[in-house]
Design a protein around this ligand. Structure first.
Ligand code: GLN
Length: 311
């Protein structure tokens, strides 16, 4: 295990080195996200031993957005098993934007990955539930179990997205036509949109990742959240599509399973060791936070954490 003060030094360095980094813009297609102060910036690490290291704005609550896709996937895998999940949703990169309709059309209106919008909406529809409220509560429940505290939804974010998510609704209907939806399509989009509106801090995000790093047991609560056997498939999905069309660059330069959200969060998981999280709203054209990517990469590189560069 890496010495504690080295981890804090790496986190402080990632913050200091990238604090003045410019570039990118807040997401604007979701009106609320455009209004979040662009200069917020926080970096956090939670280890599998439950230690927390941080720098900057790690108490600010931001919208989880697409990072929620990881936890809904985890819930669906718990319920139906990883093989059935992969057959129904997929495990390959689309090579297109996170909300691409073309990617769907190229593949018979079926998603390739649970980490793009189409596959995430299908994954949400796959969660076994008696109705949409039950489906949402189960998803919020597993998000909270991953974070180690009761998370809540921002009604402001949710209202902002529910009234503008026409593109996602269109994709759900395309998938419905192909038999690739597993609940009423508009209910699934509504629940998916709610799951994206959960508020988390950078420290929550690191704790969520640390639960994956420690084989499915939350290191802060000691509670098992998902089966150990499901963690590998979850991390595989993150490696292939976690940062969309930048996933290959991320694997090359950082070498860790990652996930981004248009709220500005970035997560990377170091199996058996820790998770690194950062938050900063301005995004690059792919939809990944400019500063948060740089900060997470900095921690990973300072500590030599790439999975592909181990001696
Ligand atoms: N809720 C957002 C959407 O559906 C999430 C996208 C993202 O974070 N990449 O577009």
């Amino acid at each position: 295990m890496i010495e504690k003060n080295l981890v804090q030094q790496a986190v402080s360095k990632a913050y200091a080195d990238n604090k003045a980094l410019t570039g990118g813009e807040n997401a604007s297609y979701i009106p609320y996200l455009a209004s979040v102060p662009s200069d917020l910036f926080g970096v956090a690490v939670v280890t599998t031993g439950g230690e927390i290291f941080s720098a900057g704005d790690v108490k600010f609550e931001f919208a989880i957005e697409s990072i929620s896709k990881v936890f809904t996937m985890a819930l669906a895998m718990e319920q139906i098993g990883t093989d059935a999940f992969r057959k129904k949703i997929g495990a390959d990169p689309t090579g297109e934007a996170f909300n691409s309709v073309i990617a769907l059309e190229l593949h018979g209106d079926r998603p390739l990955s649970p980490l793009v919008n189409a596959g995430a909406i299908a994954s949400t529809s796959l969660v076994a539930a008696k109705d949409k409220e039950d489906r949402y509560q189960q998803i919020l429940g597993i998000q909270s179990a991953f974070a180690g505290r009761a998370l809540t939804m921002s009604t402001e974010v949710n209202d902002s997205e529910q009234t503008t998510n026409f593109h996602n609704r269109a994709m759900a209907w395309l998938m419905q036509g192909a038999g690739a939806m597993y609940s009423e399509p508009m209910d699934a989009v509504e629940v998916y949109t709610r799951q994206c509106s959960t508020l988390i801090t950078a420290t929550d995000l690191a704790a969520m990742g640390a639960t994956l790093a420690s084989g499915g047991v939350n290191p802060l609560t000691g509670k098992r959240v998902v089966k150990a056997a499901n963690v590998g498939p979850i991390l595989a999905e993150m490696t292939m599509e976690g940062l969309y069309t930048a996933s290959g660059d991320w694997a090359y330069t950082v070498g860790l399973p990652g996930k981004s959200g248009v709220g500005g969060g970035i997560l990377a998981v170091v199996p058996g060791q820790m998770a690194i999280a950062a938050f900063s709203p301005p995004l690059d054209p792919v939809g990944n936070s400019v500063k948060a990517q740089a900060a997470v990469a900095s921690v990973a590189n300072t500590l030599g954490l790439s999975l592909f560069s181990r001696p």
